[in-house]
Design a protein around this ligand. Structure first.
Ligand code: NOJ
Length: 768
């Protein structure tokens, strides 16, 4: 016991707030894993015993209560049932968790009620802390564009520190759904289209939220969601069905969940969709066979909002009795908001339809997490007014948000104007016209899935303010809105044109409204809404150089702009510090290095579009090849902007590809791949060097390219660095037709460069 406490103390000290970010990621990983092993074992053993003792004292009603989760009245992402008697039910031990209750006062008040229950079992408080709480970070898809796992971990760490100070024990994040369809509004919540990348992001985010481990007061439970394949909804329409081979499911959609489990994620959430006809909520293949058996997951699974009851309209359950039975037998442990468990489990046990051991297993999983969080020792340990105060306007957190914001921006175009790229802008002697519905926006910068506070409008930095703060006195900043985001009103176009005519450079800030991406926000057209593109055309017609900034939660289609506007920055929704981050990029205080985590289509007709598609028997040689090949007669196959693409103010040359051998043995071998990367431009900057492979022949058709490694490096102008990747046979495994994860010997092409269209090519053979 003494050893246990000493180690916990040392561990939480090393990874405390101030020192955490100074330790190098790799060293930190090794150190943390070593130090975590012993205390975790101790927690598990003590926890098991504690939970078993407690379980033996519980009535069936109390057990079922632990599986029941309610929302606070008011906040809803689905049908809301107002229960006048929630507090009474909590006091009677009929509620295990609440969602959407936030703040020390509110969580304390309800926790006080919970511990009046017969066995004094505390509540879990869960909330969608998707990209920050008090400090809002870029939306997860934007952050993914940083290709910086360390930063992604850092923003999750800060979000957890703030959330835990606001009484929260549990976030419903990260979303680790692979998303290949930008019509689906929820692409904004994840890490994009690639499975390899998605696994790394899942690990980073879980680690960030759970910090040095549950039990530390700044660590909250993460929740990998939505299990599974939610991003593959037919037609990109939210909640829609998913029909795919089990091979595809295992190869593309499940690995990020497994990565989250391997990183110790405490919980998973069901997805709303059915998979091949079986709703995920009652899908024992994914929940029992994969998650709980093959992956040995010891945490618990929460349903999505009402998803147990939704199996009735799905046509998979006859009534709530049937739905509860199917969900619990399949392995869904906690019922968010449907009340099916509350109303039916007792009867199901009495009728002999559900063995009580299934309920015991679910309850134990939940109680164990409460134990690990330390709630049985002190149910109020997350209710510390002083901590909440410290995290309310935390300058360090805002600084981090500004940095992560800069790194999320993707420079899509920077063509020369008068012989020189338009960006970066000078701060001096400039008349800038700032036009567009997002120019003075504040709360919109938080995007979808952010936590609202009454003072948001005052504390969120608008683009206008961010630019004004940095502009030299010798310069002038002019502003007009030009148009709204969605409507057809063009009455301000004249004023916008006049303003543009007075300026040296125009900055146009256009995009999607925050309620156009996110849950239940699928779009069939992913163009700039309203009259924004018309405004752009009118302003460009003045002949003034235009910089276009696009705020959005998903890849949009904007071909006219891509062809005609010299400079385009994709600025997503960057959060509390949005205006400062964008101004830093505009003025070259930060040289953009973001790379797209999703392919950007030319039109909606190309969707789903993703770089790692299979080859056909009639592949097109290029975009012009239409001769009885797999192509559109009216459209190119290539995306407008490729996965992994993004420019910099400087330029990089990637050359001299070398492989340590032209053979890689399947057993115990490694292949070293090196390239020379040189900064050949005029600015210091970062580049993401990306490695892709192509397995030329397989027992099942293999993707035309697959990301297998990347490194983000900083080079001073003129500097050159040798970058080394190591490939091992494990990196080349795939699921064969019998669902075995295997290596097959054969020939591979390899590509290194700065996007998924990298041309530098090598070749090797994987041998027995
Ligand atoms: C429904 C969403 O699908 C899920 O992601 C979210 O966590 C819950 N509602 C709770 O708000």
């Amino acid at each position: 016991m003494a050893l246990f406490f000493v180690i916990v103390f040392v561990n939480s000290d090393i990874i405390s707030n101030n020192t955490y970010f100074k330790i190098k990621p790799m060293k930190k990983l090794v150190l943390a894993s070593f130090l975590l092993t012993i205390p975790l074992l101790a927690v598990c053993q003590n926890g098991e015993k504690f939970v078993n003792d407690l379980l033996s004292k519980m009535t069936l009603d109390e057990k079922i209560g632990q599986l029941n989760q309610y929302t606070s009245d008011g906040a809803a992402t689905g049908k809301i049932t107002v229960d006048a008697e929630k507090e009474k039910q909590i006091r009677e031990g009929k509620v295990g968790s609440m969602l959407n209750v936030m703040g020390v006062d509110k969580t304390r008040a309800l926790q006080e009620v919970a511990i009046q229950s017969r066995l004094h079992i505390p509540l879990l408080f869960g909330l969608d802390v998707i990209h920050g709480l008090r400090t809002t970070f870029p939306i997860p898809l934007a952050e993914a564009a940083s290709w910086d796992m360390w930063l992604m971990e850092k923003s999750a760490r800060i979000a957890a520190t703030e959330a835990s100070a606001y009484g929260i024990h549990w976030t419903f994040a990260p979303m680790v759904d692979i998303a290949r369809d930008p019509r689906w509004g929820r692409v904004m919540e994840g890490a994009g289209e690639d499975t390899y990348f998605g696994c790394l992001a899942a690990r980073a985010r879980v680690k960030g939220f759970q910090g040095a481990g549950l039990g530390n007061t700044d660590a909250i439970m993460a929740c990998a969601k939505h299990f599974a394949a939610y991003g593959a909804a037919v037609g990109g329409r939210d909640y829609n069905s998913v029909d795919m081979s089990l091979r595809q499911l295992n190869e593309t959609y499940l690995p990020p969940f497994r990565a989250a489990v391997e990183s110790g994620v405490a919980t998973l959430m069901n997805s709303f969709n059915d998979i091949n006809g079986i709703p995920a909520t009652a899908n024992s293949y994914i929940l029992r066979d994969k998650l709980k058996k093959e992956w040995n997951f010891k945490g618990f699974v929460v349903s999505d909002w009402g998803s147990i009851g939704e199996m009735i309209p799905h046509g998979y359950a006859k009534d709530s009795y049937d739905a509860a039975k199917k969900a619990i037998l399949a392995g869904s442990d906690m019922d968010m908001e449907s009340r099916c468990y509350r109303d039916n489990l007792k009867q199901l046990v009495a009728d002999g339809r559900v063995p009580v051991s299934f309920i015991d297993d679910a309850v134990k999983r939940i109680l164990l997490k409460k134990y690990e969080l330390g709630l049985f020792k002190d149910p109020f340990r997350f209710c510390n007014e002083q901590r909440q105060q410290q995290q309310t306007n935390n300058a360090d957190n805002r600084k981090a948000a500004r940095e992560i914001g800069e790194k999320s921006v993707v420079l899509l175009e920077n063509k020369p104007v008068n012989g020189k790229p338009l960006l970066p802008l000078s701060k001096k002697n400039m008349t800038l016209a700032l036009i567009g519905p997002f120019a003075k926006a504040t709360v919109e910068n938080h995007g979808f899935w952010s936590v609202a506070f009454p003072d948001d409008a005052q504390r969120i930095v608008s683009l206008y303010d961010g630019i004004a703060l940095q502009l030299d006195k010798s310069s002038t900043l002019l502003y007009t809105k030009g148009c709204n985001v969605k409507d057809e009103d063009t009455s301000n176009f004249g004023a916008a044109v006049d303003l543009a005519n007075k300026a040296d450079v125009v900055i146009l800030s256009l995009g999607e409204a925050p309620d156009m991406s996110g849950e239940a926000k699928s779009r069939s057209s992913i163009r700039l809404p309203g009259v924004q593109e018309d405004l752009l055309k009118r302003v460009c017609a003045t002949g003034k150089p235009v910089i276009l900034l696009i705020s959005a939660g998903r890849p949009l289609v904007f071909n006219w702009a891509a062809d005609n506007v010299p400079a385009i920055l994709y600025t997503w929704w960057l959060g509390t510090e949005a205006g400062n981050s964008i101004a830093d990029v505009l003025f070259g205080e930060y040289n953009p290095a973001g790379k797209l985590p999703m392919s950007f289509p030319r039109t909606e007709g190309q969707i789903p579009i993703y770089y790692n598609h299979y080859s056909t028997g009639r592949p097109a040689k290029n975009d012009d090849d239409k001769n009885y090949v797999s192509a559109y007669i009216d459209l190119q196959n290539s995306p407008r902007y490729a996965f992994g693409y993004g420019l910099s103010y400087t330029s990089f040359d990637i050359a001299n590809l070398k492989l340590s051998s032209d053979k890689l043995k399947i057993k115990g071998d490694k292949l070293k791949v090196t390239v020379d990367v040189k900064n050949t431009g005029n600015y210091d900057g970062e580049e993401v060097v990306q490695l892709y492979v192509r397995d030329l022949v397989g027992s099942v058709v293999r993707p035309v390219r697959e990301l297998k490694g990347f490194q983000k490096i900083f080079l001073k102008k003129g500097e050159m660095r040798n970058v080394e990747f190591t490939l091992s046979p494990d990196d080349l495994k795939f699921y064969n037709n019998d669902l075995q994860h295997i290596n097959e010997s054969g020939e591979y092409d390899l590509f290194v460069g700065n996007s998924s269209q990298a041309a530098l090519k090598g070749h090797f053979e994987l041998t027995e």
